[in-house]
Ligand binder design. Structure first.
Ligand code: FMN
Ligand code: SF4
Ligand code: SF4
Length: 302
C-alpha cells in the first residue's frame, strides 16, 4: 500500500525491469528512497519490503542510463519521460537577473492574456516539486478581467456576510483566546483589510484582485500544505520570463479553509479545501526601473 493522495488513493505504481538491458549498476537503487529496489546476487529485483510501496516519483527511470526500468501508475506513464536538454541552461547570473527584475505587479494594461501564454504558465508551474507525487494541487483559472472581477466581488460579498467574525467587537471577545501575535495581525491587518475591500467594492473598485485580466487559484487537497504555494511561485516566475507581471494574493485562501460552502460550490472548488493562494497576471502598465534589496528576518548557522 503506497501513500495516499486524492488522485491516486493508496495505489502503488508498478515497476517493470528489463533484465536484457539492465547492467545491475545500482543507480536506480541509490536514488529510490522508498527502497522499492534491491540488488541481490548481482541482479536488480523489486524489494518486497519497501518503505511505503512505489510512489511513482520516476527517479529510477530518469536515472537509468540503459532504459532498463519502467514505472506505470499513480498517473505516471512511459510517455512522461524525455531526454534532458543540458545546453544553454540559465546560470546563476541569468536566473538572478530574472529574479531581480521581478516585482509584484498590480497595475495591468487592459489586454487579455492569450491562451498559449496561459498554457505555458501552467506547464511551467506543473514542474514544481510536491510533497509526494503526483501533485495534489488543483488550479482554477479565471481567464478574463470580467471573470476576475466577478470572483472578487462574490468573495467580498462573502466577507461582508462574515464581517461580524472580523469586527473589532468580536476581536475584543476573542482576545483572551488569541496569542498576542494573532491579535496584532487581526487588529492591524485583517480587520482594516476586510473593511477596505467591502467599502471599495461599493464604489465598484476591485482592490482584491485589482483589474487583472488573468488569475489562478492554486489549492491543495491531501497534499503537503506548501504544495500550492510552491506551484504558485513557479507560475509567477514563468509569467515574468514571458514578459508578464504577476502578484500573489494571500487574502482569499485563509477565509475559504473553513467557510464559504456555497461560494466554493459556485467556483467548483473542493468543499474541504485546504491551503490555497491566488496569483494575478497581466501585461504591466508600470515599468520599475530599480530593483530592491531584500533580507530575511535572520539567517543563522548552527
Ligand atoms: C504569500 C503572499 C501573499 C501575498 N498577498 C498579497 C495580497 O493579498 N495582496 C497584494 O496586493 N499583494 C500580496 N502579496 C504581494 C506582496 O505584498 C509583495 O510580494 C511584497 O510587497 C514585496 O513586493 P515584491 O514582490 O515586489 O518584492 C503577497 C505576496 C506573498 C508572497
Ligand atoms: S539504473 Fe538501469 S541499468 Fe542500472 S540497475 Fe537500475 S535498471 Fe539496471
Ligand atoms: S518510481 Fe520512485 S519510488 Fe518507484 S521505484 Fe522508482 S524511484 Fe522508487
Amino acid at each position: 500500500m503506497s501513500v495516499a493522495t486524492s488522485r491516486t488513493g493508496t495505489e502503488n505504481a508498478r515497476i517493470r525491469i528489463d533484465h536484457e538491458k539492465c547492467t545491475a549498476c545500482g543507480l536506480c537503487v541509490k536514488v529510490c528512497k522508498d527502497f522499492s529496489l534491491i540488488i541481490e546476487d548481482n541482479i536488480l529485483k523489486i524489494n518486497q519490503k519497501p518503505l511505503f510501496g512505489c510512489i511513482g516519483c520516476g527517479h529510477c527511470v530518469a536515472v537509468c542510463p540503459h532504459d532498463a526500468i519502467a514505472v506505470n501508475g499513480r498517473t505516471l506513464n512511459p510517455e512522461d519521460f524525455s531526454k534532458l536538454e543540458k545546453d544553454n541552461l540559465p546560470d546563476y547570473e541569468s536566473l538572478n537577473k530574472l529574479l531581480l527584475n521581478r516585482r509584484s505587479t498590480r497595475d495591468f494594461k487592459d489586454k487579455p492574456v492569450p491562451k498559449e501564454i496561459i498554457e505555458k504558465i501552467l506547464a511551467m508551474a506543473s514542474t514544481a516539486p510536491m510533497g509526494l507525487p503526483p501533485s495534489d494541487v488543483g488550479v482554477m483559472v479565471m481567464n478574463s478581467k470580467e471573470k476576475v472581477k466577478q470572483f472578487s466581488f462574490d468573495f467580498i460579498d462573502l466577507l461582508e456576510r462574515m464581517k461580524w467574525m472580523v469586527s473589532p467587537a468580536s476581536l475584543t471577545l476573542m482576545r483572551p483566546f488569541m496569542s498576542k501575535d494573532d491579535y496584532l495581525l487581526f487588529k492591524s491587518f485583517v480587520i482594516p483589510m476586510v473593511s477596505f475591500f467591502t467599502e471599495s467594492r461599493k464604489r465598484d473598485e476591485n482592490y482584491l484582485l485589482y483589474d487583472a485580466p488573468l488569475a489562478m487559484m492554486f489549492y491543495g487537497n491531501m497534499s503537503d500544505p506548501a504544495d500550492p504555494y510552491i506551484a504558485a511561485n513557479y507560475a509567477t516566475l514563468a509569467a515574468e520570463s514571458l514578459g508578464l507581471g504577476a502578484c500573489m494574493i494571500g487574502s482569499v485562501g485563509p477565509f475559504l479553509k473553513n467557510t464559504g460552502k456555497d461560494f466554493k460550490r459556485k467556483y467548483g472548488l473542493p468543499s474541504k479545501m485546504r491551503d490555497s493562494i491566488i496569483v494575478i497576471f497581466g501585461y504591466p502598465q508600470v515599468k520599475f526601473s530599480k530593483t530592491i534589496k531584500r533580507s530575511f528576518e535572520r539567517v543563522y548557522y548552527v
